[in-house]
Design a protein around this ligand. Structure first.
Ligand code: CAA
Ligand code: FAD
Length: 384
């Protein structure tokens, strides 16, 4: 068993850390407070090759492994989870799905600019549209319909909670074509945001990841060319599940980053802050908290890297990605809450960052499958 990162992985980790500290940290409180989409940061990430990290350079990507992606996600999430969720959706849901299952023409037309994150010098990113007002965890209950009209599909319905909803140019939309076929009657389509009949709803006013743009998207008689369906007829639900298995490694790494960011801030603070004549790190109650926080962060990191390693080595990673996601997200919530406690009253105000990390942690237990959904996947897996 090898616990050492290679040179390339260490280089990516350093680059991501520098980027997070130099480009994401300035203004992060303001972006959170005023719900500003981190346009400049995402554009810089695209220039660094971080928007299509695992895609072959032939299609505009960086050709890196999933381990490197986990390391980059952790570093960026330590500082700004609104930046990292945008990066995660583009990398592991949109680019990976197209890379694995797209046709050559779809890859040339859509994957290449999405992996670069730019087209004609402008930001060009994607979004993944599965959830609906009445189909969240119960994802097979799709109400959005795609009626087969011969050489095109007619798309109607509404999608909810879409990350990158207004900043994306391309949507991967999951919709029901034949209800009688259940999950086998679901398809996935590449839809461009500027096509007639596509409407972006109002931005959600959220508890955390407030810089990320979350919108509902509605489709009213949108004509989708047949060649924009990904994969065989009826492949849409499997596409969503397989893509989400990888996506969950991304969100687990985001949760890991939130937890390790909260731990780093707490360690620094505990060394400086004095109470009862000594630094608070010298009070055993605080030291034990830090010990428990560090242990959970390390366990979350190992689960994330193991899931990534399995993916890189062509193994089935469905179970370990769900384990990484449920564990890391619960660690993020617990560690960030303890970080506020370590900071005392200062932890409760914005300047010290930990209150934001605590608010941001919560979403990692909800999106890309709630903790309950991960336990369903794990339960079925271990009982198989
Ligand atoms: N790989 C391949 N196929 C899979 C699969 C997988 N990982 N998981 C399920 N399937 C297949 C099943 O084998 C089955 O096919 P067959 O009939 O041929 O056997 C079919 O899909 C239906 O599967 P289930 O019977 O298991 O479906 P279910 O109704 O019991 O639901 C579920 C299972 C795990 C709860 C699933 O609905 C689920 O994951 N729900 C959560 C949805 C989710 O994660 N949404 C995230 C939206 S994106 C997002 O959130 C992005 C963001 O925030 C940033
Ligand atoms: P519900 O499914 O209604 O669940 C409510 C509660 O019941 C949860 O606690 C859940 O775990 C529990 N529950 C439901 N079924 C079961 C069961 N069988 N057993 C035990 N407990 C159960 N979706 C996208 O498609 N694309 C995106 O980009 C995207 N981005 C998002 C960004 C944000 C900020 C948010 C808040 C959501 C986003 N989502 C996105 C949607 C997200 O994936 C869903 O919110 C999530 O899957 C849960 O669905 P729901 O909200 O409908 O909750």
């Amino acid at each position: 068993m090898q616990f050492q990162l290679n040179e390339e992985q260490l280089m990516i980790q350093r680059a991501a850390r520098d980027f997070a500290q130099q480009q994401c940290l300035p203004g992060v409180i303001d972006r959170d407070e005023h719900q500003k989409f981190p346009l400049e940061q995402i554009s810089q990430l695209a220039d660094l090759g971080f928007m299509g990290m695992m895609v072959d350079p032939l299609y505009g990507g960086s050709g890196l492994d999933t381990m490197s992606y986990v390391l980059a996600m952790e570093e960026i999430s330590k500082v700004d989870a609104s930046v990292s969720v945008c990066m995660s959706v583009n990398n592991s849901l949109v680019c990976w799905g197209l890379d694995q299952y797209g046709s050559e023409a779809q890859k040339q037309q859509y994957l290449a600019p999405l992996a670069r994150g730019k087209k004609d010098g402008q930001l060009y990113i994607g979004a993944f549209l599965l959830s609906e007002p009445e189909a969240g965890s119960d994802a097979t209950s799709q109400r959005t319909t795609a009626e087969d009209k011969g050489d095109y599909y007619l798309l109607n319905g509404i999608k909810n909670w879409i990350t990158n909803g207004s900043s994306a140019s391309v949507y991967l939309v999951i919709a029901q074509t034949d209800r009688s076929m259940g999950s086998h009657g679901i398809n996935v389509f590449i839809v461009e945001k500027n096509w007639p009949g596509v409407t972006v709803g109002a931005k959600e006013n959220k508890m955390g990841i407030r810089g990320s743009d979350t919108h509902s998207i509605s489709f009213n008689d949108v004509r989708v060319p047949k060649e924009n369906r990904i994969g065989e007829e009826g492949f849409g639900f499997k596409f969503a599940m397989k893509t989400l298995a990888g996506g969950r490694i991304g969100i687990a790494s985001q949760a890991l980053g939130i937890a390790s960011g909260a731990l780093e801030l707490s360690l620094q603070y505990a060394k400086q802050r004095k109470a009862f004549g000594k630094e608070i790190m010298n009070h055993q109650a605080i030291q034990f908290k830090l010990a428990d926080m560090a242990t959970r962060v390390e366990a979350a990191r190992l689960l994330c890297l193991k899931a990534a390693w399995e993916k890189d080595n062509g193994m089935d990673y469905t179970l370990s990605s769900s384990m990484a996601k449920v564990f890391a997200s619960e660690a993020a919530m617990w560690v960030s809450t303890e970080a506020v406690q370590v900071h005392g009253g200062y932890g409760y105000v914005k300047e010290y960052h930990v209150e934001r990390l605590m608010r941001d942690a919560k979403i990692t237990q909800i999106y890309e499958g709630t903790s309950e959904v991960q336990r369903i996947v794990i339960g079925r897996g271990v009982l198989k």
